[in-house]
Design a binder for this molecule. Structure first.
Ligand code: NAP
Length: 314
């Protein structure tokens, strides 16, 4: 039987790049950043259901691993508050990230306006029983009845956990199933799992310099109608640190980018197969910069090529 999730083909991807181009053909400079700030939040549909999520979410690796330090917890609470105030939805974590899940739970408990939360965590262990125990522990730590998305972290023991996740989804204990990898690792296995398993999401690394995902993972995700979460958009901070030493090109205003963070994030979310990018930050000012990428125009194909050339030349 035809899989309806195959409807978005490579051709569709190319076509939507054209559509992005057309949408971006609005005069730029005269509209400026005021228009961008008032513009609606950029959302992307999850192919499996059509449910929309804001295209910029939040990662929590390292940044939310602050243990019981009261000052740092209070500061992270401000980061999450800012995230929701500026239209955020998806928060990604993992039991691998130390105390991050517990700190996210601490923050969520104290935030009333979190209706847009899309909770995404991972199972990261061997064996079915340990996986079940870990996922239940994560639910307690976040303080949720159920997760929106459960992902198999770095494909660890994926053939075991996928069976549990299918059962849990059928029972309504999670809403979506995904797998993750990063740093360009295990792409062969990722391709196999994405091609053969009934997934809703795939998460992997993609940024303006690490574009290996364009070759196989992004087209396959589009073909299989999988939502894509992009990790490491700033190369764990190294890329944005390097870029911030340089002046942002003036033409970045044509796609409503006021800073390098928005430049890098808009590059990622303008790929038509990408659903959500999840930069991590421990700082409110950085969160504000990052969430600015949810508004205004996106680059078309020609502009994306220009962005790559500009970054590679620095
Ligand atoms: N296999 C997997 O499943 C996997 C692997 C890797 C990552 N992930 C997920 O993806 C998320 C993102 O990846 P990542 O955390 O590795 O790296 P990243 O998002 O590329 O970079 C995070 C770093 O960027 C800095 N930063 C953020 N916004 C900034 C801004 N506006 N200006 C300057 N610096 C900024 C942060 O420092 P400050 O705190 O100073 O802002 C932090 O050190 C992770 O947190 C995790 O949730 C999943």
């Amino acid at each position: 039987m035809d899989d309806p999730r195959r409807e978005l083909s490579r051709r569709d991807v190319v076509r939507s790049l054209g559509a992005v181009a057309a949408a971006s053909a609005v005069p730029s400079v005269e509209l400026g950043s005021a228009w961008a700030a008032a513009a609606p939040v950029l959302t992307r549909a999850i192919p499996a259901t059509g449910e929309k999520v804001p295209a910029v979410g939040m990662g929590t690796w390292i940044t939310f691993n602050v243990g019981r330090d009261r000052q740092r917890r209070a500061q992270r609470l401000k980061v999450v508050q800012t995230f929701f105030e500026l239209g955020g939805g998806m928060i990604d974590s993992s039991p691998m990230y130390g105390s991050s899940e517990e700190v996210i739970g601490y923050c969520l408990q104290r935030i009333p306006n979190k209706g847009s939360l899309f909770s995404a965590t991972k199972v990261w262990t061997l064996l079915r029983a340990l996986g079940v125990r870990q996922m239940n522990a994560s639910r307690e730590l976040w303080g949720l009845d159920r997760f929106d998305l459960m992902q198999i972290h770095n494909l660890l023991d994926w053939s075991t956990h996928i069976e549990t996740l299918k059962e849990w989804k059928a029972q309504g204990r999670i809403r979506y199933i995904g797998v993750t990898t990063s740093h360009g690792e295990r792409h062969d296995t990722m391709v196999q799992v994405m091609a053969e398993q009934p997934l809703d999401f795939a998460q992997f690394t993609y940024n303006i310099l690490d574009r290996e995902a364009e070759r196989r993972l992004l087209p396959l995700a589009a073909d299989r109608r999988l939502a894509v979460i992009v990790n490491r958009p700033f190369r764990q901070g190294a890329l944005i640190d390097a870029l911030k030493r340089h002046k942002l090109p003036e033409w970045a205003g044509e796609i409503d980018c006021a800073n390098w963070a928005q430049f890098l994030l808009k590059f990622v979310v303008s790929h038509p197969a990408v659903t959500c990018v999840i930069p991590a930050t421990s700082r409110v000012d950085h969160m504000r910069e990052n969430m600015g990428a949810l508004r205004g125009r996106l680059p078309d194909q020609a502009m994306r090529a220009r962005m790559i050339r500009a970054v590679e030349a620095l």
